[in-house]
Design a protein around this ligand. Structure first.
Ligand SMILES: Nc1ncnc2c1ncn2[C@@H]1O[C@H](COP(=O)(O)OP(=O)(O)O)[C@@H](O)[C@H]1O
Ligand SMILES: [Mg+2]
Length: 356
């Protein structure tokens, strides 16, 4: 667990903490999620919302996943729980959790994992919470379903779970319906629901995006507290690199369906290897976390390519200040360096690193 960016000592990539040696909680390999999407112009029949996505979530870490809206963060997360919205479907890859491939498990088995071993929280708790039940009933229901608790015990457990996420006077608040409480409170209730069974993994998909800045900070603090108290592994998804910089131990950057960079957080912020990561960091208010010069550069020019009409070569080439002919000829593979970092860029070399 890192401290928030302001107080975190910035280390050079070489000095940054080595990844823990423990084997992954979830290991994703070659994940591919496709949506039927006929395009007359290109003749393409499907688009790959996630394309050859591979990563490992390690025990006790907060792994950040960042990228612009539509780049495939949510479908990547949803695929782990069998929740890809139709007509989307998983068309390739594996995601091993405790020796079983989550992508291949039958729905009945997934139901036992979802919300108990691997929990997910979303941007808008209103859509995840049921409007016709009180928040206490909904947390209790999770305990009844997965822990087979009787009504009275499940209710007590629900009140405890709500109190643990900082809901004051939880015994009374438990009787409130979702629409009767604030957005921040609903997000706390959803976190209580997600954590009620003591999961090994929490997937947090833009958990603070719909909240105002103050509440956003409170929810981030809560998630960090919960994480350090329980040691669960968190996949934290956000389009906002600023939020990611406050929570993540390690960061993966996604662009147009693909991972383009992965590195320990300090290394990523102090020395991004991919020009897209560099661009994202430069758009952060105040510049890179810990950057003494606090530059403020304009947003990355251009737009994300249409997933149905991807350019040949690197997907980022048309927006990239470093792109050369080679970048437009072939797609750079995501390559792992000796330092354990990964980057998909032909230009990501010492010259790029030397001139951030
Ligand atoms: N329900 C859907 N129907 C059709 N296409 C979808 C749907 N959901 C996602 N997609 C496609 O998948 C891509 C990735 O979506 P998503 O994972 O939600 O992006 P992110 O979470 O990064 O904003 C989108 O750009 C879109 O092309
Ligand atoms: Mg999303």
């Amino acid at each position: 667990m890192q401290r928030p960016a302001e107080s975190r000592p910035i280390q050079s990539p070489a000095e940054s903490r080595q990844p823990p040696a423990a084997s992954p909680v979830i290991e994703v390999r070659g994940l591919e999620v496709s949506f039927p999407s006929p395009s007359e112009r290109t003749g393409e029949r499907v688009l790959k919302a996630a394309d050859d996505v591979s990563f490992a979530l390690r025990p006790g870490e907060v792994l950040g996943l960042v990228g612009e809206s539509g780049c495939g963060k949510s479908v990547t997360a949803l695929s782990l729980l069998g929740l890809v919205p139709p007509p989307g479907r998983i068309t390739g890859g594996s995601a091993v959790f405790e020796g079983a491939d989550l992508l291949a498990l039958p729905e009945s088995t997934l139901q036992g994992i979802r919300g108990a071993r691997i929990s997910m929280i979303f941007q808008e708790p209103m859509t995840a919470l049921n409007p016709v039940f009180t928040i206490g009933e909904q947390v209790a229901e999770v305990l009844r379903a997965h822990r087979r608790m009787d009504r009275a015990r499940a209710w007590r457990g629900a009140v405890e779970a709500l109190a643990r996420v900082g809901i004051a006077d939880a015994a009374t608040r438990a009787r409130a319906y979702p629409h009767e409480i604030s957005g921040g409170m609903r997000q706390r209730a959803m976190i209580a629901m997600a954590l009620a069974c003591g999961p090994d993994v929490l997937i947090a998909d833009e958990p603070t995006t719909a909240l105002d800045v103050i509440v956003q900070a409170q929810i981030v603090d809560l998630l960090l507290e919960v994480q350090s108290a329980t040691g669960l592994a968190v996949l934290f998804i956000s389009h906002d690199l600023g939020v990611i910089s406050e929570v993540a131990d390690r960061v993966m950057v996604m662009y147009a369906g693909r991972l383009v960079e992965e590195a320990p957080a300090e290394a990523l912020f102090s020395g991004p290897l991919h020009p897209y990561t560099r661009g994202l960091i430069d758009t952060l208010p105040g510049g890179a976390p810990g950057d003494a010069t606090r530059r403020r550069l304009p947003a990355i020019p251009g737009t994300v390519p249409d997933l149905r009409a991807l350019p040949q070569g690197c997907r980022f080439a048309e927006r990239c200040p470093l792109a050369e002919d080679a970048c437009r000829a072939a797609e750079p593979p995501l390559q792992e360096g000796a330092d354990g970092r990964r980057v998909a860029c032909f230009m990501a070399g010492p010259s790029f690193k030397a001139e951030p």
